[in-house]
Structures are given as C-alpha cells and as structure tokens.
Design a protein around this ligand. Structure first.
Ligand code: 5RP
Length: 243
C-alpha cells in the first residue's frame, strides 16, 4: 500500500515545517504515517529542547507509541473535542484539498480528530498531489468483519473493485486499531466525491471512508526546491505560495 521510503527527504522537510506551526499551550491533533513520524519527532525535540508545553491527541497506536517514547503528553481522544491544530499525512490530495487517507488503516480516528480541529493541515511530498482522487490510490473503507460479504457485494454493484487489505507480517487481513477490516476500493473512473462517500457510508457495517472532503484548510506539499502551501478560501477558490 505504502510507497515505503520513497521521498523520505521531502517527507522530513514537510514534517519539520509543520512542527514549527505548533505553539505553546496548544492541543495538537497528531496524524499517522511516515510523514507524520517526522512531525512527531520534531515535536518531541521541541518539547524537550524548548520546553514546549503541548498536549497531543493521537490518531493511532503508531503515533501514541512514538509520543510515549519521545515524552509528548497525550490525551485520550474520546475525552476531548477541542483541538487547536491537527496535522496529518495523506495518500492523495487534490487541488481543492480533498484527500484520500487510510493507507495506514487509521482513517476513522484520523477523521474524528480532524473534525475536532480548528485548523486541519495536510502534509505530503509532491507525489501526493493529484488532479482526481482515487485513480492511482484506492479509497479505503473500515468495515465491521460481520459486514464483509455484504460490503463486497454492494461495492461491486456501484462499480468498485473491492479488495480486503491483507497483512504483511500476519496471516490474514489487516485488522485496524479498532478491530475491523479495511477494504480498498479501486475505481476506473473519477467519482463524484460527496456522492460516493454518502453511498459508501449508507452500507451497513461501513464505519468510515478514507475520503476527507472539505476538511483541510491548508496543504503543505514538499518538492525538491521548496514547500508549496496550498490553501482554500471561503469563496471556494484556492491559493498557493512557497516557503
Ligand atoms: C494513515 C494515513 C497516512 O497519513 C497516509 O497513508 C500517508 O502516509 P505516509 O505519510 O506514510 O505516506 O492516512 O491512515
């Protein structure tokens, strides 16, 4: 599923840039994945080296364990609904800052934390920026195991090629942090995002989709020369500048 160590340098650059947005006293939503790992490591360095006083809200066991090792205090997700800033990676980001997430099977909690945040910022290397979501990368859905066959039948009926995500160092399927299956939906044609999202959520047993529609206010995209900051404005347009 993941690009592995592809573009690690760019991921590091953008993770560090995002960590510099964090200010003393903030409650920070902390995403999941290899790009966010750099963000967390820099936060850990700032907590120790600059006495940065923050509370983290993590979106996965992966992020929570890393925060634990780095001494970043973490609050229980279910006990909080105020997040100042949430930062997360993505598998694909379009020019309106809609995204596909869930390459790490963490998109359900990631979406909950993003929804709590005053500001939700996506970070990624330039390979993540696409014209249409879902053509290179599948749309993942988190599914209660008992709904597997129903979901496979229903998603085929709407034109998807559904594949149960299989684990690499475990026999059988990937089991999410919430104890569920992940089904990756491959589409040949671009989909109308809100429509496909609602259709998927209407299938009993689908807990959440990896489509993040209209949630991010900015995306930091790292290229070889610079980091582009893409932003949406209230009129629905978007702007870009470089740092
Ligand atoms: C995890 C995610 C990740 O943020 C997404 O897969 C990007 O990962 P990476 O930064 O490793 O490329 O959505 O569920």
């Amino acid at each position: 599923m993941k690009a592995g160590s592809y573009n690690l340098e760019l991921k590091e650059k953008v993770g560090l840039a995002a960590a510099n947005l964090v200010q003393n006293g903030m409650t920070v939503g902390i995403g999941t994945g290899s790009t966010v790992e750099f963000f967390i490591r820099e936060l850990g360095r700032r907590v120790k080296g600059e006495d940065l006083n923050i509370k983290g809200i993590t979106t996965s066991h992966q992020s929570k364990i890393l925060c634990y090792h780095l001494g970043i205090p973490v609050l229980d997700v279910g006990m909080t609904d105020q997040v100042d800033l949430a930062v997360d990676g993505a598998d694909e980001i379009d020019h309106s800052l809609n995204a596909i997430k869930g390459g790490g099977a963490a998109h359900t909690i990631e979406k909950i934390v993003a929804a709590m945040a005053q500001q939700f910022i996506l970070i990624g290397d330039e390979s993540k920026l696409v014209d249409h979501l879902g053509l290179k990368f599948p749309i993942p859905i988190e599914v209660i195991p008992e709904a597997m066959s129903l979901v496979l039948r229903r998603t085929k009926a709407i034109g998807a090629d559904p594949r149960i995500r299989m684990a690499v160092k475990k026999d059988g399927p990937v089991i999410s942090d919430n104890g569920n299956f992940i089904i990756d939906l491959y589409f040949k044609q671009p989909q109308t995002l809100p429509q496909i999202n609602n259709l998927l959520l209407s299938i009993p047993g689908v807990i959440e989709t990896g489509l993040f529609i209209g949630m991010a206010s900015k995306a930091f995209i790292a290229g070889a020369e610079s980091i582009k900051i893409l932003t949406t404005n209230k009129e629905g347009g978007n702007q870009a500048w470089e740092m």
